[in-house]
Design a protein around this ligand. Structure first.
Ligand code: B12
Ligand code: SF4
Length: 488
């Protein structure tokens, strides 16, 4: 039996993450919770430290390390938070040199050599899906390793005689239904919420991967464009567990491609209704995988909100990005949602390849026309593993001084022929000011109140106005000073 501590390190810092945000989402680290569940199932003792919601910085996490005295520490490593992950590893190794430190997640998967060279405090990397690879590594370490045994484990990287060894990629988990549910009992369950208002919420993953090939997205490459669904029954069983065991009614289905199979989504909706589950849910959808009838069933099963990757309001930019959807399909989708009273979140990316000052304006007016409940504006960011990353490198769009922490989707990073990163930053601020106004504020307050009342009753909902109003007043003050506090 090994003692394992899994860490989601502190969030990266930019001026935008320091400011209070109406768009801030705090989701559980489901990847770590899945790994923990598999380890527990196999008799290991596991703890999870989810630092961002608890606002624990790199050095403070040593308190947990001292308390748990783990044999192995696994650290989640996003590109934007890679320096926080590295500092955490170094603090741990300094005090506990015999503890094994393993990194996993997107950054080590696509940049294994670079990650291992970053610090001697990182012993191993797990590339790709982590549950069984990490279990095999844990058990190999427990039984005393020799080089050969490690080389037999697929999907890991480590140093050997001064060189980096990358074993072949591991196979994907074939049957996602066979996985235990994420070990939520190890998470700070009161800390998760989204979009400003404090609504206790949990997310779940009803499928993994995405078959589409949008050039800017890291998901296609990570899961090799394969979409693997869980069965409707297995998904609704987890929803029921979230409601019954943890008393949470708001559930975000945060897949990359939850709605790829209409039949499966319909079965999920039907099962929620047949079991009369006392939950409200939201999900992420592409506009071209849905039809009105399926959306209607979703609304009937209390799906309150749909997040849509609109990305751009320029047909040309959408095509350049290989998004595979048209402006007409997007408009139709938003009309359907309005008709059904479903709230919408439009995710927009400014500065994609081919974007010009004119197409940025087109996008902004398109979003205003769609009139979503929430619009999240991100700066186009090339992540390792994506075609966009290769394109940005080949064209010299990424300034030499770019740090990994700059790849955070808040701070623009690219200087293309059409637009500089400073111009893009100004534009995104302008876009937020244009999109948000008193009418939007009132609509937002109304929506937050309405949903929170549904989920937590009237007494729960009266917590919403003070928070939303406080954030809105702060936004308005910053606006009158000519800058926005919220780039999220
Ligand atoms: C939900 C989500 C979030 C949530 C919660 C994230 C969290 N705490 O886990 C929130 C909203 C907070 C978030 C924030 C951000 N996110 Co995000 N997010 C996602 C999303 C949609 C799903 C993640 C998820 O739950 N997956 C399901 C689980 C099962 O998979 P997993 O987390 O990848 O974990 C598995 C493996 O990766 C691996 N693994 C992961 N960690 C570890 C650690 C160890 C030790 C081991 C062994 C294995 C391992 O094993 C796990 C089990 O199989 C993904 C898209 C995606 N499909 O990955 C983007 C994604 C991960 N996010 C991304 C980005 C860019 C961000 C932000 C920078 C966005 C922003 N501006 O705020 C921030 C960064 C947060 C930070 N701390 O620095 C990128 C990451 C790209 C990259 N190279 O880093 C992704 C891929 C989306 C994209 N743009 O393509 N995100
Ligand atoms: S942006 Fe969405 S549709 Fe496109 S590849 Fe990524 S997850 Fe799939």
């Amino acid at each position: 039996m090994s003692k394992v501590l899994l860490i989601n390190p502190a969030e990266f810092e930019t001026k935008y993450t320091k400011a209070p945000s109406l768009n801030r989402m705090v989701f559980p680290p489901l990847g770590l919770a899945y790994i923990a569940a598999v380890l527990e199932e196999n008799g290991h003792k596991v703890s999870i430290l989810d630092a961002p919601p608890l606002q624990i910085k790199e050095k403070q996490l040593m308190e947990t390390v001292r308390k748990t005295k783990p044999d192995i520490v696994g650290i989640q490593a996003y590109t934007s938070a890679i320096y926080q992950a590295k500092t955490a590893a170094e603090c741990i190794k300094q005090e506990y040199p015999d503890t094994t430190v393993v990194f996993g997640g997107h950054h080590p998967t696509f940049m294994p050599d670079d990650t291992l060279k970053m610090s001697k405090s990182i012993d191993y990397l797990v590339r790709g899906e982590g549950e069984y690879t990490f279990l095999k590594l844990t058990e190999a370490l427990e039984n005393g390793t020799n080089g050969k045994k490690l080389k037999d484990i697929k999907g890991i990287s480590f140093r050997s005689n001064g060189a980096v060894v990358n074993t072949p990629d591991a196979d994907f988990i074939k049957d996602l239904d066979a996985l235990p549910f994420p070990a939520r009992h190890l998470l700070p369950m009161d800390e998760y919420h989204y979009f400003g208002a404090r609504r206790e919420m949990q997310s779940l993953l009803s499928s993994r991967g995405c078959p589409f090939k949008c050039r800017f997205c890291a998901v296609g490459a990570y899961y090799k464009n394969v979409w693997r669904p869980r069965s409707a029954k297995n998904v609704v069983d987890e929803m029921e567990q979230i409601r019954e065991k943890f008393g949470i009614r708001a559930i975000a289905v945060m897949d990359d491609m939850a709605t790829f199979s209409k039949r499966r989504i319909r079965n999920i909706c039907q099962d929620i209704r047949e079991r009369d589950l006392d939950i409200y849910w939201g999900t992420v959808s592409r506009v071209d995988t849905m039809d009105f009838e399926t959306l209607k069933l979703m609304a009937k099963s209390r799906c309150l909100q749909v997040l849509v990757g609109v990305e751009s309001g320029s047909e040309r930019v959408l095509q350049n990005s290989h998004k595979g959807i048209s402006l007409q399909q997007i408009e139709q989708f938003f009309i359907w949602c309005k008709k059904l009273g479903m709230d919408t979140v439009a995710s927009v990316v400014f500065g994609l390849p081919g974007d010009t000052k004119e197409s940025l304006q087109e996008t902004l007016w398109f979003i205003k026309k769609l009139n979503p409940g929430v619009a999240v504006f991100s700066a186009a960011t090339p992540y390792p593993g994506t075609p966009f990353w290769d394109e940005a490198k080949q064209n010299g769009w990424l300034p030499k001084e770019t740090k990994w922490s700059d790849l955070n989707m808040y701070d623009p990073v690219l200087n293309t022929n059409e637009i500089t990163k400073e111009e893009l930053e100004d534009f995104i601020q302008f876009a937020y000011l244009k999109f948000r106004g008193p009418k939007w504020g009132m609509q937002r307050l109304y929506n937050d109140f309405r949903y929170t009342q549904k989920i937590h009753g009237f007494l729960g909902a009266i917590r919403v106005p003070p928070l939303t109003v406080r954030l809105f007043v702060r936004w308005f003050r910053e606006k009158s000073r000519g800058k926005t506090f919220d780039g999220s």
